[in-house]
Design a protein around this ligand. Structure first.
Ligand code: CAA
Length: 240
């Protein structure tokens, strides 16, 4: 029986590429999404991957969503916490709402999703959790105190939960992408983006598929000795 892999924010951008890659690896993939129904419909038509709608920033919705997926598709054995948003601005212009919304979705979303799947993984003595962090959680970024704090939090969350899962065959790792060619990065002002690109030794933005390959590696059957790690895939921009 194929293992069920749940990818949050799995119908667009990096998440879409992760969903497709895990499907190609023989997993039974389920994609979660929060808002864009048209994109989710198109994604399911293109890929045959079923999509479930809920907001990962809503704790109860995560518990209910995972229970529904389990009832309809089987227990979730692989979780990719990919859903994330930006609300960029310098601290001079950042409101508390911009801070809170990014923490709610990007960081609390990881907790709520892990909370929903971890007991079953522990009981079955097998699980893979991959949390998508960011180069900007490793090195910070001007205009992103909220996002950098949330992503940095994901890296700590990963190392703590990895310790709790280790004895039970549940690995927990982070993947820290650099600047990837997605809608999120396209929203960065062009002059700023040119300066960022100039700092990437490989000289271009990453491709979503290049992140997906790393996720598949961390979710593999024979990846059981890899836990509490952060895999940085960023074209050499930031070497940790
Ligand atoms: N270093 C120093 N100064 C900088 C700077 C930097 N990196 N970036 C902008 N500035 C300066 C500008 O030149 C400008 O200076 P002046 O006021 O003297 O003209 C000032 O900061 C900008 O001030 P604003 O009041 O306009 O700032 P703002 O509150 O509107 O914020 C911004 C603007 C959001 C920071 C904008 O510059 C921006 O979008 N920057 C890019 C942020 C970024 O990289 N986001 C990543 C999104 S992708 C992602 O997050 C995915 C991932 O994981 C990698």
């Amino acid at each position: 029986m194929a293992r069920v892999a749940l990818v949050t924010g799995g119908t667009r951008g990096i998440g879409r590429a992760i969903s497709i890659e895990l499907k190609n690896q023989g997993r039974k993939v389920v994609a979660n999404y929060a808002g864009n129904d048209a994109a989710a419909r198109a994604f399911t038509e293109d890929t045959g991957i079923v999509a479930y709608k809920w907001d990962v920033g809503d704790h109860e919705a995560c518990q209910e969503g995972v229970a529904k997926v389990a009832a309809e598709q089987g227990p979730v054995e692989i979780l990719v916490n990919n859903a994330g948003i930006t609300r960029d601005g310098t601290i001079m212009n950042m409101t508390f709402d911009m801070w809170r919304e990014v923490m709610r979705v990007n960081l609390s979303g990881c907790f709520s999703m892990a909370k929903a799947v971890f007991p079953g993984m522990r009981e079955r003595r097998w699980g893979r959790i991959v949390n998508i962090g960011s180069i900007n959680g490793q090195g910070g970024q001007y205009g992103q105190v909220n996002y950098a704090a949330a992503k940095s939090g994901i890296h700590g969350f990963t190392k703590a939960l990895a310790q709790e899962g280790a004895r039970y065959g549940v690995t927990v790792n982070a993947l820290a992408p650099g600047y990837i060619d997605t809608d999120m990065v396209a929203a960065v002002p062009p002059d700023v983006l040119e300066k960022i690109k100039a700092r990437v030794p490989i000289g271009r933005l990453g491709r979503a598929e290049e992140i997906a390959r790393g996720v598949a590696f961390l979710c593999a059957e024979d990846a059981e000795f890899i836990t509490g790690s952060t895999l940085s895939i960023n074209g050499g921009q930031h070497m940790y």
